[in-house]
Ligand binder design. Structure first.
Ligand code: GDP
Ligand code: MG
Length: 164
């Protein structure tokens, strides 16, 4: 079966935009489970000679920076449990938030390799500056990307496929 990549992050960082960018015109939903797995969609994606399935999750919502809502936590954990790798998406325009830190802390305790995407970096020069503060998350190199325009996604995917 194809390797699964889970897209994780707090709401509004651009997870769905990035999923649309990675899946491109390949709009085939492998399967879509309503109910418990609300908002998880599975789509085929390709990079170089690699094919994988990208899972859009509803997002981790934290209450008080330490606990995230049990249902959404459950959903994220289900997505991560079946994933070969994950992309943590953060918002380079908003900068580092305590929710990002809380999600990263949780991800660092998991065994799944994580690639860090700093989204909303439309300008390559500014993007490097915007991305640099996310080294603090302890998840390795932050990759500046723009889900809307597509820049940076090649470097991100080159890193991702090492783990697939
Ligand atoms: P999600 O909640 O994490 O799935 O985020 P969405 O994909 O729904 O995007 C949230 C908002 O961020 C929307 O208004 C998008 O248009 C915007 N957005 C997403 N990607 C980018 C990007 O690369 N650059 C900018 N400037 N805005 C973006
Ligand atoms: Mg979304």
């Amino acid at each position: 079966s194809l390797p699964i990549v889970a897209i994780i992050g707090r709401p509004n960082v651009g997870k769905s935009t990035i999923v649309n960018r990675l899946a491109g015109v390949q709009d085939a939903i492998v399967h879509d489970e309503p109910g418990v797995t609300r908002d998880r969609t599975y789509r085929r994606a390709f990079w170089q000679d690699r094919e994988y399935v990208v899972v859009d999750t509803g997002g981790l919502v934290f209450d008080d920076d330490t606990e995230f809502l049990p249902m959404i936590r459950e959903q994220a954990m289900l997505a991560l449990a079946e994933a070969k790798a994950a992309i943590l998406v953060v918002d380079g325009q908003a900068g580092l938030t305590t929710s990002d830190e809380a999600i990263a802390r949780w991800l660092r305790q998991q065994t799944v390799p994580v690639v860090l995407a700093v989204n909303k970096c439309e300008s390559p020069e500014q993007g490097l500056t915007q991305a640099s503060e996310f080294w603090q998350l302890g998840l390795g190199e932050p990759f500046p990307v723009s889900g809307i325009h597509g820049n940076g996604t090649g470097e991100l995917l080159d890193e991702l496929i090492k783990y697939l």
